[in-house]
Design a protein around this ligand. Structure first.
Ligand code: IMP
Length: 430
């Protein structure tokens, strides 16, 4: 069995998907980096630079926000897909960083159908959060929600529009007019001519990278190569199936790869879920397994749980098997990659959340997520003190770690095919 699937690759199903099954930050970036050499192309299908994927290879530590995580694997083609929303400024910065590292950026393409996130979307994001007051979502402030709102409102501006300066200017004008009431009370109200001027300047750098993604994908896979679709955020942040309204504004589940990349479900081969051996969440919203005591603090410091995009401390808790089982169902997971198992070394007892109970004590499932007074049932496992970082086979893990992983897999209903035991690409047990 490979890391990704139970069955051998099937030529008629050339697309595999990697998704996070928690609240984001599961370590998908390193998983994609690890798998990348088996693929002709890697594509991001949703989200924008709210994501933060960190990869460490040798001395190189990269924090990527929008370019797919296979970028450090030479030869792989990379697509920022139609389902994404992307800041021009952020993309140019990332391309500059990669070029400075000697990466060939001509391998990177962005779909003409992807939508542009303008700086004023970030302003609208912040204003909306302010209005929500104590019910704030805790967004990354990158303008992701407002950019997706514009897309569905049919006011959005695409990367394809960059090639038509006059039409682009008209669209910017129309959009700013439509959105003017929203800027009441803002310090940085966008000026039409500034937006148009800056956009056209940045367009010069970006346009050579803009492609018709449908044709690009067909070309990339023409020789029988495979595509790896890289998810962003996590299943519990999905706009439909996540802990709504405390979610991001895109489809983070595996189905999002179909709508975000224009591929049919019959093209999907395997779906790999990525989960941390514990759980984290950034921002507001329900998080039943959260530990508000020194164990949570310890997970945060041992796991270096601070946001790649915002630097915010992440909320930490035990692995939530109720949410994980739900995510396995939503994504149709074939296999599970468990990250950061090494972070649990030294804990005397390690928890697994096996069930939820309502405030009145009745047992319940994921449908009760967000209810006041929801409690969790925790199964405690003995910990281990061994340093796991040198271990390369799951069978060689300390017995307590194996028992913990077996139970985690059983509760999630998906086999664990790989475990990361340190930040390095090589720190992997299979
Ligand atoms: P937005 O995506 O910036 O609108 O934020 C909506 C919610 O998703 C907030 O709770 C964010 O903290 C969360 N979020 C967005 N991107 C990520 C990510 O890459 N990792 C973890 N949480 C994220």
């Amino acid at each position: 069995m490979s890391i990704l699937r139970r069955t051998p690759p099937d030529q008629k199903r050339p697309v595999d998907i990697v998704v996070g099954i928690q609240w984001g930050d599961e370590g998908k970036g390193r998983v994609v980096d690890l798998l990348a050499r088996d693929y002709a192309a890697i594509a991001r299908f949703g989200g924008g630079d709210n994501a933060g994927h960190s990869i460490e290879v040798g001395q190189t530590k990269l924090a990527l926000h929008i370019v797919p995580s296979g970028v450090l694997v030479e030869g792989t083609k990379l697509l920022i897909g139609a389902g994404t929303v992307v800041s021009l400024q952020g993309l140019v910065k990332e391309l500059d960083t990669l070029e400075a590292l000697g990466v060939d950026i001509t391998r990177i393409a962005i779909s003409a159908r992807a939508h542009i996130v303008f700086p004023y979307h970030a302003t609208l994001d912040r204003l909306a959060e302010k209005q929500r007051g104590s019910a704030a979502i805790g967004t990354t402030g990158r303008g992701i929600g407002p950019a997706y709102v514009d897309r569905v409102a049919r006011l959005g501006i695409t990367f394809g529009d960059l090639a038509k300066p006059e039409a682009l200017a008209t669209k910017v004008r129309q959009e700013l007019l439509a959105r003017a009431p929203l800027f009441a009370g803002a310090d940085d109200v966008p000026r039409e001519e500034d937006v148009i001027g800056e956009t056209l300047t940045l367009a010069k750098r970006i346009l050579p990278r803009v492609v018709d993604d449908v044709a690009w994908l067909d070309d990339a896979l023409a020789g029988g190569g495979r595509l790896l679709a890289e998810g962003a955020q996590g299943t519990m942040l999905d706009v439909t199936f996540g802990s709504y309204p405390f979610v991001t504004s895109s489809h983070t589940v595996a189905g999002g790869a179909c709508t975000g990349l224009g591929i049919g479900p019959s093209a999907i081969g395997g779906v790999l879920g990525v989960a941390k051996a514990y759980c984290t969440r950034v921002g507001g919203g329900p998080f039943p397994s959260e530990l508000l005591d020194e164990r949570g603090e310890r997970l945060r410091s041992q796991g270096r749980e601070f946001g790649v995009t915002t630097g915010r401390p992440r909320r930490c808790g035990w692995y939530d098997a109720v949410a994980a089982r739900y995510a396995a169902r939503l994504n149709g997971l074939d296999a599970l990659f468990v990250t950061k198992l090494d972070v649990l070394s030294g804990f005397e007892r390690i928890g697994l959340v096996t069930g939820y109970r309502r405030a009145d004590g009745r047992a319940c499932g994921i449908e009760a997520l967000g209810e006041a007074g929801l409690r969790v049932e925790v199964e405690e496992h003995p910990g281990w003190v061994d340093d796991l970082r040198g271990i390369r086979r799951i069978a060689d893990l300390p017995q307590a770690a194996r028992v913990f992983l077996d139970r985690l897999a059983e509760l999630t209903g998906v086999p664990v095919t790989a475990v990361s035991v340190g930040p390095e690409r090589s720190a992997l047990a299979t």
